[in-house]
Write a protein that binds this ligand. Structure first.
Ligand SMILES: [Zn+2]
Ligand SMILES: [Zn+2]
Length: 343
């Protein structure tokens, strides 16, 4: 595909690295099918190599600047954008997410599995410190998710007992964010052999105890180890594990907040809604991240407080992209915590 001419508006990003997430796996396996051809990749860090004058003002960045690209676009003037919920922008919304726009829409370069990505006028960009290696910086997306899901949405506070279900990079980041918010006790769970390597790394991200739910009862472990009847905050970031939702209900203490992120991929077996009533639970769904959390994530990554740089990580060039996506999707051997494409 040819690089477009940049006029007053828009820009071109030279992609340094693009992180992979569950959506990429689902697009690869076909579980998610947009029905058109597209350039995937929406966790992108790169350098601006061309920028229009109007965009320079609007975005507050210039040529040579290193930036992270928000998945969603914002017109900055509709009601949703002005109220801060720009992910529901009336002009863009879910239809205009980077990494999932048809190649038939000019100039086609709408994703991060590429050497260059087009930046549309309504893009949102965040400055990235030059000290962060690109493959660590792309974690702004999952770490932002962990901060929003693990601390902001549930209102995690000092002294809370927190349970994080799922030990991918978002789960580990949620544990770290809960710890930063002052949690007194943090448990992280995984399921099966495939997760053991991930659970071993959880201690560095603030977990006091880790549980393989196929080997131990997480409710019993939480009670024994935290000395409390249940968790004040439960964060379910499991993928394709509908039964984890029931486990989240069981782990929750009366009055707890339960954050449900990602899609369950099916009905929840054994779920009894009465538990919400008896325990007076607040269940909060979480759709992605926002720039406030991304900004906090870049600060957390730059601080070096948690070992994100040492996470088990696999990087691949565009030629090996398919192999990497297949591995991350669990179609090969045990996947690393983070997969990154470096074109
Ligand atoms: Zn994603
Ligand atoms: Zn808008």
């Amino acid at each position: 595909m040819a690089l477009p001419e940049v006029g007053e508006d828009g820009g071109i990003l030279q992609v340094e690295a693009c992180g992979l997430c569950g959506t990429d796996h689902e697009l690869y396996t076909g579980a998610l099918n947009p029905g058109f051809a597209f350039v995937p990749g929406h966790e992108v860090v790169g350098t601006i190599v061309e920028i229009g004058d109007r965009s320079r003002q609007r975005w507050g960045v210039g040529e040579g600047d290193r930036v992270a690209v928000e998945v969603f676009q914002s017109c900055r003037s509709c009601r949703a954008c002005r109220s801060g919920t720009y992910r529901r922008c009336e002009q863009h919304g879910l239809a205009d997410m980077y990494g999932m726009i048809s190649v038939d829409r000019q100039p086609g370069l709408w994703g991060g599995y590429a050497t260059y990505q087009y930046l549309a006028p309504d893009s949102m960009l965040l400055p990235v410190p030059g000290s962060l290696p690109a493959e660590v910086a792309v974690a702004f997306n999952p770490v932002g998710a962990g901060i929003r899901w693990g601390a902001t949405l549930p209102g995690t506070k000092a002294g809370d007992v927190v349970a994080v279900l799922g030990c991918g990079i978002r789960g580990l980041a949620a544990a770290a964010a809960a710890r930063v918010a002052g949690a007194a006790f943090v448990m992280v769970t995984g399921a099966g052999e495939r997760d053991h390597q991930r659970l071993e790394q959880a201690g560095g991200f603030g977990a006091d105890v880790v549980v393989d739910v196929l080997e131990e009862d997480p409710v019993a472990v939480l009670r024994a180890r935290s000395g409390s009847a249940g968790a004040d905050v439960v964060i379910d970031v499991t993928a394709k594990a509908p039964s984890a939702f029931t486990q989240a209900m069981d782990l929750a203490a009366p009055g707890a907040s339960v954050v449900v992120a990602g899609t369950r991929g099916g009905e929840v077996p054994g779920f009894n809604p009465d538990v919400l009533v008896y325990k007076e639970l607040r269940v909060q769904g979480a759709l992605g991240v926002d720039v406030v959390a991304y900004s906090a994530a870049l600060d957390m990554l730059a601080s070096g407080r948690f070992p994100f740089a040492e996470l088990s990580r696999c990087t691949a060039g565009l030629d090996e992209a398919e192999e990497l996506v297949a591995t991350m999707a669990g179609e090969r051997s045990s996947p690393p915590v983070h997969g990154v494409i470096v074109p």
